[in-house]
Design a protein. Structure first.
Length: 271
């Protein structure tokens, strides 16, 4: 078992990151997906992860959602351990009860929306707050209507997903995730299933989330234009590590790593 005595029980100090990966390792048998990953995401920062297939991008999100167990290190959210819990003065792997509570501060939007097909847009946004958070239906309805207004979907609140376009479904999915009042939002290829003309509307919705909800966001995408438009910082992953990270302008116009240069050239050629 890994010695966790050197990891803090919680993060303290003036500039605590909203998300911290500390020496995080993920393997499948002998295959190393993430190799001692260290990454901080500041409060209200939007960080986008790019890289070739198999570089560990989506695994980062799945670990934050506790859909994947890590094999080493610790992940912290809002200063407290996510993957582990304090016990007798040391960190131990988190049990199911601790995980349920810890991940309540994290929301996720997937590539394929995953809306409940038998529910209207409004009902989709109400279900979690009622069933999980224990809100009254009246309070949940008020919250859902407020968020559907935020994403420009209040006029479609009584429509079922089958009657909505892809861009409309994605905006409802964002509202549904926000209804749980997360501190951190994860986006996994949220524009890849959308037509090019509606990517802009989803981009604008996501950009509005930081000032209105003070959200910290971590995003995975293979669409470089989207990443450049929306990110505060971009991390290029290669072979389970962060090969290079910088502002969008710097990384796209002046990449320092040869691997980053090769990746961006290949993406540009494919476009």
């Amino acid at each position: 078992m890994e010695d966790l005595s050197s990891f803090p029980l919680e993060l303290t100090g003036p500039d605590i990151p909203m998300v911290r990966f500390m020496n995080v390792r993920k393997t499948y048998g002998d295959f190393v997906v993430l190799d001692n990953l260290n990454l901080d995401v500041a409060p209200s920062e939007l960080v986008t992860v790019i890289g070739p297939s198999g570089s560990g991008k989506t695994t980062v999100l799945r670990m934050l959602m506790t859909l994947e167990k890590i094999n080493g290190g610790v992940i912290y959210v809002d200063g407290k351990p996510l993957t582990h819990m304090p016990k007798n003065g040391v960190l131990v792997p988190a049990d199911a009860k601790y995980l349920r509570k810890a991940r309540s501060s994290i929301g996720m939007c997937f590539q394929h929306f995953n809306l409940f097909p038998h529910m209207t847009a409004l009902q989709n946004c109400m279900e979690g707050p009622v069933q999980v958070l224990g809100l009254s239906r009246q309070d949940a309805r008020g919250r859902a209507e407020e968020l559907l207004s935020l994403v420009g979907m209040i006029d479609k609140k009584d429509q079922h997903p089958a009657r909505l376009s892809g861009g409309q479904q994605q905006r409802v999915a964002i509202a549904r995730a926000l209804a749980m009042r997360p501190k951190v939002m994860l986006f996994d290829e949220v524009t890849s299933a959308l037509d090019p003309e509606v990517i802009g509307e989803v981009t604008n919705v996501i950009k509005d989330l930081v000032p209105k909800h003070k959200l910290t966001m971590l995003m995975v995408t293979h669409q470089m234009g989207f990443a450049r438009d929306i990110s505060d910082r971009i991390c290029f992953f290669y072979a389970g590590k962060i090969e290079e990270q910088n502002s969008p302008d710097e990384l796209f116009t002046n990449p320092q790593s040869k691997r980053t240069q090769q990746f961006l050239s290949a993406v540009k050629a494919a476009d």
